[in-house]
Design a protein. Structure first.
Length: 167
């Protein structure tokens, strides 16, 4: 695999990861809305109508953990390859490096949106006492996401420097 192919592979993976994060953020915001409604019903002593919330949330957290584990494995394999393979190269390599850098920045924004949605969910969860939820798993995913996006941004800056993308 040459340098440009490697950069195109990680760029497409970064796009895929960003799209996944956008979808997961929307799902987490939906869980926040559902939790807010459950808390409102409980506060007013109304029977809670959303009986599947805990099971749905647990399934979401488990699925999210699997997605993140897959991403972690991919990036653990590719980061050392990127450090070794990317060198000063042709103009096309510089363009591919800049494209990856832009995608890494949009992934970072998606991770920030997820962290914001997580903070919103936690705001409601602190008052939730009906059932035990695997929020620790969501917390773990959020921490791993922030760490991974930081590493992706760092490697994108390294690649830009190596390919002569910025002076």
């Amino acid at each position: 695999m040459n340098q440009i192919d490697l950069l195109e592979t990680i760029t497409s993976q970064t796009d895929s990861f960003r799209n996944t994060m956008l979808k997961e953020t929307a799902t987490l915001r939906d869980f926040s809305r559902r939790l807010e409604l459950i808390l409102s019903q409980d506060h007013k002593n109304i029977n809670v109508r959303d009986t599947s919330f805990a099971a749905d949330f647990s399934a979401f957290c488990t699925s999210l953990r699997k997605d993140f584990d897959t991403q972690l494995v991919f990036w653990q394999e590719k980061r050392p390859l990127l450090r070794k393979a990317i060198t000063q190269g042709e103009y096309a390599l510089s363009l591919a490096a800049k494209s990856f850098s832009l995608r890494a920045k949009t992934l970072s924004r998606a991770a920030d949106d997820f962290a914001t949605a997580y903070a919103e969910f936690n705001r409601f969860y602190k008052n939730y006492t009906l059932e035990k939820l695997p929020v620790w798993l969501l917390n773990s995913c959020c921490d791993d996401l922030n760490n991974l996006t930081g590493k992706i941004l760092f490697i994108s800056r390294e690649i830009i420097k190596k390919t002569g993308g910025s002076k």
